[in-house]
Design a protein around this ligand. Structure first.
Ligand SMILES: *[C@@H]1O[C@H](CO)[C@@H](O)[C@H](O)[C@H]1NC(C)=O
Ligand SMILES: *[C@@H]1O[C@H](CO)[C@@H](O)[C@H](O)[C@H]1NC(C)=O
Ligand SMILES: *[C@@H]1O[C@H](CO)[C@@H](O)[C@H](O)[C@H]1NC(C)=O
Ligand SMILES: *[C@@H]1O[C@H](CO)[C@@H](O)[C@H](O)[C@H]1NC(C)=O
Ligand SMILES: *[C@@H]1O[C@H](CO)[C@@H](O)[C@H](O)[C@H]1NC(C)=O
Length: 953
């Protein structure tokens, strides 16, 4: 693409009145007097292309108004382009994919289990919606010239090109390449550096003229990481700081020679080199007023002002469009009519194109008022929205979406369960996808990379399925649905002849826990030369679980006495004697396991006692409840809202127990999802940074004064040595922060014999640390900083002649020093569990198969490090069991199910030296129907040490 030129449009023959300048020419060359529309179209085309035509005016001709005829003719050609209506690019009927590079060999993928992306022929629309007619089929897939050519059983090698490359899929699942409809890959490159951060053009709130393609860095390694998750296409949007952010571009994740391309350029990455459609990003709500609002200086400072900014911009663009249309009409009648050239304003050009229906608009809007105001704008200025993004409240107001201009309700691009981080995301539901589906609206799962790592966008869809969105709709939400909204319905998202050959072969059902691609093709070219394939059992027959569509958001009932029957697995460390048998019953009295086994008489007694609930399970699991470590639970309700928070502790050392605030929305959700205990430390600068003493509390408690609500006043002493360390008082550098910590610890050693004046002061806690009575937990990602920390540990230990109990929180690069950590008996709490290499100090994290052989958890466990999974963002409480499941399923046999639960429970207690009360295992547990490690596992009961069980019926 030539940057700076207007994007190409499909040329269409001119309709309507013949322009005067043509009439004049026709008069001059009489033979053309009666030519038809086709000839006229050619003429316009020729003018536009500046081809010499017989009788064309010389560059010196001027109109009656003194304008250059040549330039007016150029402007008239622009008029034709302004009027053109893009159409979705065709799929079938192409000989070659325009992105195909000559010489690339065809590929035959043998023996795959294929998800076509549409139901079998003949399925009625109503049946398809019900999930009927959709299935995985056995087929071979033949790719040639960058296109899918054949999808058939047993394609004969003799029937395809001789130079074919054969890939044996061994029955594994094959889908179309995934599409992430909300990404900042390339413009918000990773690891984050100021110099490569080009997400938002923040010189102004209204920048429809800015273009993401001007900042896309093809060498952003995250583009490769994302592809390793099966994502072949992304819509790269400008950020959401501005009300009007600018133009967006759809790219494929193939860059340079290693990916089979001939050049390294953003233009070469464009999914549609002809650019039939243009794309634009807008955003409403909190961001713009936060970024721009300066009372008395500039707006917007409120949503009211934002609406004005939108309307004012649309007014400018509408005015331009009207002036252009008037000019074109007038000039087409007679070039002598117009007094000036075609009005053109680069500033409003793209917005004008939106009003002309040539641009697919994607707008970030979370809340009901934002959605309503924006839908109002669509009707006032008559433009369409393809999708609302971050549309977490759309499920509450389907009628508002349905009244958007154009009669085609926008889709909702959402996360599955990323909530509570700002006021806008405080209202939302993981069941949104299901609700939207029931309203005949479209849910699309997106990453907002790097907000979520787009490598795992399929996990968002899998969770959508877990929360009741039917299987076919969940897969559609990352394939066909975004393809349709982007205008690529005939090219992307399906495995059918005529579609682009973007294909993923998976190691397991893509909507299962831990699924990873084993190979990815883009435009028919394999993308990984030596992909790591995890040693996993070959997937069994893939059958969508239709029963999950019945899943509903449920409020549990609270029971004292409950009987569960049909438990097939017990993964508790319990003293309760379990007989060796196929299924167990569990009798819970006052929220405590009183019998586990056949419990015949107890079950009988409970059944006769009407106050006891009896729940019969199929494939029940009784497992330890989970512990949330390092989150904001108990310390804020909404991350971005200071009034809801205990506050930062950059310059002071405090105890979390003194700021504990219980009974928040997210603590209650955590409890519902089996997280019955949390250990939270005071915040240093913001979420996932810590300074002070952590507290251990029960998530089920309403106040800290309830008996047992705080199970440990002081769990550990926390400091932060990640990039935030440089924000600390007197520590402008990492070396200063390390030095300050060493100094404090050594001071504690020398002051050991002094009397303690305040037992709750920092020095008092540090004395406990150096004498091994209280663990020290350091928030740190970098392997280098961990190395420095290990030195401090041994220096202080030799001065004090005792052992410090040290644990790492974060640990993105901990695998690089795994042996040393094991040797020093230092535990690691991974936060995030799967690093996205977001920050500079995380850049060497392992991203897993097919790029790496496992992730940090595998390397740490292999080295013998006590390892746990932390909570760096509070919504992770929804996913802790699934994360343990990823560690289990992708661990290549290294750990069993019980050890996997240790990652979210027992290992934390172990590394922190917390004594787990023997009775506690009888009071802290979760009852599942189905495996907790599978998408379909459902919680049927949670006990959290409060004498009751939350029962889900
Ligand atoms: C296809 O893969 C399945 C599963 O691995 C295997 O049992 C079968 O033999 C394969 N068929 C062929 C033709 O390779
Ligand atoms: C959704 O579409 C189906 C099938 O067309 C229809 O039966 C149903 O009433 C629609 N539901 C809503 C809420 O519009
Ligand atoms: C503390 O006092 C004891 C005895 O009074 C002494 O032996 C020891 O060296 C002192 N320790 C420190 C760290 O000053
Ligand atoms: C350090 O502690 C060990 C074991 O407690 C003891 O044997 C040794 O004498 C101590 N050394 C010093 C220098 O205090
Ligand atoms: C990956 O790691 C596992 C466990 O350490 C090992 O058994 C396997 O051979 C490794 N695979 C590759 C391809 O390196």
């Amino acid at each position: 693409m030539e940057k700076g030129s207007l994007p190409p449009y499909t040329e269409e023959p001119l309709h309507g009145v013949q322009p005067a300048w043509k009439q004049r020419r026709v008069r001059r060359s009489r033979g053309l007097r009666f030519v038809g529309l086709a000839a006229l179209a050619f003429l316009v085309y020729a003018q536009w292309r500046q081809l010499p035509t017989s009788g064309s005016s010389s560059s010196h001709d001027i109109t009656a108004q003194g304008l250059s005829v040549e330039r007016v003719q150029e402007d008239l050609a622009v008029c034709a382009k302004l009027r053109s209506k893009p159409r979705d690019p065709i799929g079938l009927g192409r000989e070659k994919n325009a992105r195909y590079i000559d010489g690339h060999k065809p590929t035959l993928i043998k023996n795959a289990t294929v998800w076509v992306g549409e139901p079998v022929e003949g399925t009625s629309a109503a049946d398809a919606r019900q999930g009927k007619g959709w299935s995985w089929i056995s087929a071979d897939v033949y790719l040639e010239y960058g296109l899918i050519k054949r999808v058939e059983k047993d394609i004969d090698l003799f029937s395809v090109s001789e130079d074919v490359l054969v890939y044996e899929a061994k029955g594994r699942p094959l889908t179309a390449g995934l599409i992430d409809m909300h990404s900042h890959a390339g413009v918000d490159s990773l690891p984050s550096l100021w110099g490569t951060e080009d997400t938002n053009e923040m010189s102004s709130d209204i920048t429809p003229y800015a273009r993401s393609i001007d900042g896309i860095q093809p060498d952003d390694y995250q583009i490769q990481v994302i592809k390793s998750g099966g994502v072949t296409t992304s819509l790269v949007l400008p950020g959401s700081g501005n009300n009007m952010g600018g133009e967006a571009y759809v790219i494929k994740h193939a860059v340079g020679k290693l990916d089979g391309r001939t050049e390294v350029s953003a233009a070469d990455m464009l999914a549609d080199p002809d650019q039939a459609w243009r794309f634009m990003k807008m955003a409403c709500g909190e961001n713009a007023k936060r970024v721009y609002g300066k009372v008395g200086e500039r707006g917007p400072v409120s949503r009211l002002g934002e609406s004005w900014e939108f309307r004012h911009a649309f007014e400018q663009a509408s005015k331009l469009v009207r002036e252009q249309d008037d000019w074109c009409k007038s000039a087409e009648l007679d070039v002598n009519n117009v007094k000036g050239y075609l009005p053109q304003q680069l500033k409003w050009e793209s917005l004008g194109a939106l009003l002309r229906g040539q641009v697919h608009l994607n707008t970030h809007c979370y809340t009901v008022p934002d959605l309503e105001a924006f839908v109002d704008h669509t009707n006032e200025f008559k433009f369409k929205v393809r999708a609302f993004h971050h549309a977490h409240q759309t499920y509450l107001v389907p009628e508002i979406l349905k009244r958007a201009y154009g009669g085609d309700p926008p889709a909702s691009a959402i996360f599955a369960n990323t909530l509570w981080y700002k006021a806008e995301s405080y209202v939302g539901s993981p069941y949104a996808g299901k609700h939207l589906y029931e309203e005949n609206l479209t849910a699309i799962y997106v990453s907002d990379n790097p907000v979520l790592n787009a490598q795992h966008v399929v996990f968002e869809a899998a969770k959508g399925y877990r929360y009741g969105l039917p299987y076919h709709a969940a897969l559609a939400a990352v394939t066909t649905a975004p393809a349709e909204r982007l205008g690529f319905a005939e090219r992307l998202g399906k495995i059918k002849p005529g579609f682009d050959a973007d294909v993923v072969v998976w190691d397991s059902d893509p909507l299962s826990v831990g699924a990873a691609p084993v190979q990815v093709w883009i435009d028919g070219t394999a993308q990984f030369e030596d992909p790591i394939e995890l040693n996993k059992p070959t997937p069994e027959v893939l059958v969508p679980d239709l029963s999950l569509a019945e899943v509903k958001e449920e409020e549990p009932s609270v029971q004292k006495t409950v009987v569960y029957t049909g438990i097939s697995k017990v993964l508790l460390d319990t003293e309760v004697k379990i007989e060796d048998q196929e299924t167990y019953s569990a009798v819970l009295v006052n929220g405590k396991i009183s019998c586990l086994g056949s419990c015949t008489s107890e079950v009988r007694a409970a059944k006769s006692d009407k106050s006891a609930k009896v729940i019969d399970l199929e494939n029940g699991y009784l497992v330890p409840s989970f512990v949330a470590f390092g989150s904001m639970l108990g310390l804020n309700a909404i991350d971005a809202e200071d009034v809801t928070a205990n506050g930062p502790n950059v310059n002071v050392f405090s105890r979390a127990v003194d700021g504990l605030a219980l009974d928040t929305k997210k603590i209650n959700v955590a409890h519902k999802w089996g997280v019955t205990r949390a250990i939270s430390a005071p915040v240093f600068t913001g979420p996932a940074s810590h300074h002070g003493v952590s507290v251990g509390f029960l998530t089920g408690a309403n106040t800290a004064l309830e008996p047992g609500a705080v199970f440990a006043d002081d769990v550990a002493v926390h400091y932060t040595l990640d990039l935030n360390a440089k924000e600390g008082a007197g520590t402008p550098s990492i070396s200063a922060a390390i030095g300050a910590l060493r100094h404090k610890l050594l001071e504690a050693v020398t002051s050991l014999n002094e009397t303690v004046k305040d037992p709750f002061s920092e020095p008092a806690y540090l004395r406990k640390v150096i004498s091994g009575k209280l663990p020290l937990v350091i928030t740190v990602q970098s392997a280098d900083t961990i190395a420095a920390l290990l030195k401090v540990k041994s220096e202080v230990e030799s001065a004090s002649n005792s052992t410090i109990r040290l644990a790492i929180y974060g640990g993105a690069e901990s695998h690089l020093v795994a042996k040393e950590l094991a040797k020093a008996d230092v535990g690691v709490i991974l936060a995030p569990f799967l690093s996205c290499r977001k920050a500079w100090d995380e850049r060497r994290a392992l991203v897993g198969a097919p790029l790496n052989n496992g992730t940090a958890v595998d390397a740490l466990l292999e080295a013998g490090v006590t390892t746990a999974i932390g909570v760096e963002q509070d919504w992770v409480v929804y996913d802790l069991a699934l994360y343990a499941g990823i560690a289990y399923k992708n661990g290549q046999g290294q750990i069993g199910e019980k050890e996997a639960f240790g990652l979210v429970n027992g290992n934390l207690f172990k590394m922190l030296g917390l004594k787990e009360d023997k009775e506690a295992s009888k009071e802290h547990f979760v009852v599942y129907e189905g495996s907790p490690f599978e998408i379909g596992g459902r919680i049927r009961g949670v006990a959290g040490g409060r004498g009751v069980v939350q029962v889900f019926e």
